[in-house]
Design a protein. Structure first.
Length: 247
């Protein structure tokens, strides 16, 4: 049996590609992550660690999951650029539902099954809507936290394409209550796609440095779709199904 490689951080980047995302949004996400990984701030954050190396993977998720870049050891600027290049090498949009819960479990299993041993393990999950498929999101979150994994969130409060029908005002509140958890867990909401690259860069730096952060405040209002309800995604799905099924 091969020896585990010790790293400061094992970080699973879990990115939403569900049907509510337009092709433009999907491409913005890939390019935003690639740009952030190439930034000097991210490299400096890696160097701040005890071992000065981390392990990364990039996984796109919806109702199912697809590994875009498998686990890689990242130590140098060249490693970061190679990871970023792999992100933008191909692009295959998908139209599927939103299973945050299954993405969390998949990410935790991926962390457990890789060849790395991190001082910290983090799942970084983005999305533009609440869970509407698979097991309950609270159940999945609690199971992942029980393994000692921290979950951070990047809720996308943008509106474009099919996302209008699935939009939840206060999605960042949903992520705070129902998705994230663990020591230092945080949410960084994205209000506009023009801010996406900067949000990803800041998020990566915070995760790599490992300093506990508070949730960023945002200007949101509660709506009839209660973002504090961890079952709200499933309820929206049932409402839309009834609408579509009406003659």
């Amino acid at each position: 049996m091969s020896r585990e490689i010790e790293v400061d951080l094992e970080l699973a980047l879990m990115v939403d590609v569900s049907r509510s995302m337009s092709e433009r949004e999907l491409e913005i996400q890939r390019r935003g992550y690639a740009e952030a990984l190439r930034s000097p701030e991210v490299f400096t954050a890696i160097q701040s660690g005890l071992l000065q190396r981390v392990a990364l993977t990039y996984i796109e998720w919806a109702g199912t999951q697809e590994v875009v870049v498998s686990w890689r050891l990242v130590e140098t600027r060249a490693d970061l650029h190679a990871f970023a290049d792999a992100l933008t090498a191909r692009f295959n949009p998908a139209l599927r539902r939103t299973a945050i819960s299954e993405a969390l479990i998949y990410g935790a299993n991926s962390l457990e099954g890789n060849i790395y041993k991190g001082l910290r393990q983090v799942i970084d999950i983005s999305g533009d809507g609440p869970n509407n498929e698979g097991r309950g999101v609270e159940r999945a979150r609690d199971a992942v936290l029980a393994r000692g994994v921290v979950i951070n969130g990047l809720p996308l409060l943008t509106r474009e394409g099919m996302g209008q029908a699935w939009h939840l005002e206060g999605l960042d509140i949903y992520y705070r209550n129902c998705v994230i958890g663990g020591p230092g867990a945080f949410v960084i909401p994205v209000l506009d796609w023009g801010d996406f690259g900067d949000a990803v860069r800041r998020k990566l730096v915070l995760e790599l440095v490992g300093t506990p952060q508070t949730v960023l405040p945002t200007q949101v209002q509660f709506a009839p779709r209660d973002p504090a309800d961890c079952q709200v995604g499933e309820k929206i799905w049932r409402e839309l199904r009834r609408y579509w099924d009406e003659p």
